[in-house]
Design a protein around this ligand. Structure first.
Ligand SMILES: Cc1ncc(COP(=O)(O)O)c(C=O)c1O
Length: 379
C-alpha cells in the first residue's frame, strides 16, 4: 500500500460531517461516483463500479457473464481462493490451469483444458505480474470465450502499454489492506460492455436500483445481492487513487534497480515476466526445489510455496474437500463436477514452480541505496 495519511483522514471527516455515508444520500456526485469516473479513465474502460470487496467483484463478474450450474470456468492454480470460489458459489465448476515460470497462467495448458463446457476464463495477474494477455485473448477470442482478469493484486499495473483489467471482458480489483491502494475493504469491476456493466450493477444493488440517480439500467431487473460500497470507502479510495501511479512508478524504479544488480551479479536467474519494462515485482527461479530451499535457508527467505498460504490451490479447503453450505448447491456433487480434482496431481507443474521460486521484490519505498547492498549480500 502506497501510504495513507492526512488527505484520507480529511476526506473521511468531510464525509461524516456531511452525514452522507451512502452513494444515494447526496444530491450531487459523491466520492464513489468520482472514484468510478477516475478508475474508468485511468484504466481505459467505459465503465467502473465500486463494490465492497474483490471477492464481490469476481462474483458479480461471473453473474454479469451469466455463469451458472453446468458451466466450467478455467482458473489458474496460483491465486487467492476467491477466484475459484466465485464460479463455485454460482453452481459452476472451477477447473485448474497450470501456471508457468512467469507465475501466471500457462497458456499452453489453458488451450489443452478448454472443453465445450468452458464458459469463461479467469486469468490472475498475481503479485503485479501480468499474464501473457496477447496469447490468452487470441485463444479465448478464437473460441468466443469471455476472459475475466483478476487484477486484485495488480491495480494500476500494465501489460504492453495497456492497463490490467482493461483487456478482457471484465476486470476485477481489490482494495483490501494488502493491495497497491486500499480503503480497508473494497473492490471494483471494470468493463467496456454496457450490458455486462448493467448486469453487475443490478447484482450489486439487490436487483433494485430504486434509488439510483445514475444512468438507469437498460435490462429487466433480476434478483441480486448487496455488494454496495460506502461513501467512507469512496472517500479513502478517492485520495488513494492519487497515490497509485506515483507509487507504482517508485516501485518500478526499485525493481529495475534490483533487476540490474542481479543481472550484473550473475549468480541468480530471474523468473520471466510478460512486461519486464513495467515490472513492479521480482522473483528468482531455481533449477530444482532443493536448490531454492538451500538458497532460502542460507538467506532466511521462504519459497513462494512456503509463504503463499491460501494462494496455493492445495490450501483451498472448501474446494479440496468439495464442500458447499448445502449439498444440493454443491457443483462438485453433480455428475459434471464429480471428477474435479484439487490434490497434488491436479496441477503438479504449478507446485513444482512455486517450490522453485522466491520473491525478491524490494519494498516500494525502500531507499535505492540499500538495494545493491542487499543483492550483493545474498548467499
Ligand atoms: C488474486 C486475488 N483475487 C481476489 C482477491 C479477493 O479480494 P478481497 O479480499 O478484496 O475480497 C484477492 C485478495 O487477497 C486476491 O489476492
Amino acid at each position: 500500500m502506497f501510504g495513507i495519511g492526512e488527505p484520507e483522514i480529511n476526506a473521511v471527516a468531510e464525509t461524516i460531517r456531511k452525514g452522507w455515508l451512502t452513494r444515494f444520500q447526496g444530491k450531487t456526485e459523491g466520492y464513489l461516483a468520482q472514484c468510478e469516473r477516475e478508475l474508468a479513465s485511468k484504466i481505459g474502460v467505459q465503465h467502473a463500479l465500486m463494490v465492497n470487496s474483490g471477492t464481490s467483484a469476481l462474483i458479480a463478474s461471473m453473474v454479469a457473464l451469466g455463469i451458472g450450474p453446468g458451466d466450467e470456468v478455467l482458473v489458474s492454480a496460483y491465486t487467492w481462493i476467491s477466484t475459484p470460489l466465485a464460479p463455485m458459489l454460482l453452481g459452476a465448476i472451477p477447473r485448474l490451469v497450470e501456471i508457468d515460470e512467469s507465475l501466471t497462467m500457462d497458456v499452453d495448458d489453458l488451450e489443452r483444458k478448454i472443453t465445450p463446457r468452458t464458459k469463461a476464463i479467469m486469468v490472475i495477474h498475481m503479485a503485479n505480474r501480468p499474464c501473457d494477455m496477447d496469447r490468452v485473448m487470441a485463444i479465448a477470442d478464437a473460441r468466443g470465450i469471455p476472459v475475466v482478469e483478476d487484477a486484485c493484486q495488480a491495480v494500476g499495473g500494465r501489460y504492453k502499454g495497456r492497463r490490467l483489467g482493461s483487456i478482457g471482458a471484465l476486470g476485477c480489483f481489490s482494495f483490501n489492506s494488502y493491495k497497491n491502494i486500499s480503503c480497508g475493504e473494497g473492490g471494483a469491476i471494470l468493463t467496456d460492455d454496457p450490458e455486462l456493466f448493467d448486469r453487475a450493477r443490478n447484482w450489486h444493488d439487490a436487483g433494485t436500483f430504486v434509488q439510483s440517480y445514475d444512468a438507469p439500467v437498460k435490462i429487466p431487473l433480476f434478483a441480486g445481492q448487496d455488494y454496495r460500497a460506502s461513501e467512507i470507502q469512496g472517500a479513502i479510495l478517492f485520495e488513494q487513487l492519487k497515490r497509485l501511479d506515483p507509487g507504482l512508478d517508485q516501485w518500478r524504479e526499485r525493481v529495475r534497480c534490483a533487476t540490474a544488480c542481479i543481472e550484473a551479479d550473475g549468480r541468480f536467474a530471474i523468473a520471466p515476466h510478460h512486461d519486464p519494462d513495467s515490472a513492479a515485482n521480482l522473483a528468482l527461479i531455481f533449477a530444482t526445489p532443493a536448490d531454492c530451499e538451500a538458497f532460502c535457508e542460507r538467506n532466511n527467505l521462504g519459497s513462494v510455496f512456503k509463504t503463499a498460504g491460501r494462494h496455493i490451490y492445495l490450501n483451498w479447503a472448501p474446494l479440496v474437500e468439495k464442500r458447499a453450505y448445502r449439498d444440493d448447491v454443491n457443483p462438485f456433487l453433480t455428475e459434471a463436477g464429480r471428477d474435479a480434482c484439487f490434490d497434488e496431481t491436479a496441477a503438479p507443474k504449478t507446485i513444482d514452480i512455486l517450490k522453485r521460486t522466491v520473491y525478491l521484490t524490494p519494498d516500494w519505498d525502500q531507499p535505492l541505496a540499500e538495494i545493491g547492498k542487499r543483492i550483493a549480500a545474498l548467499k
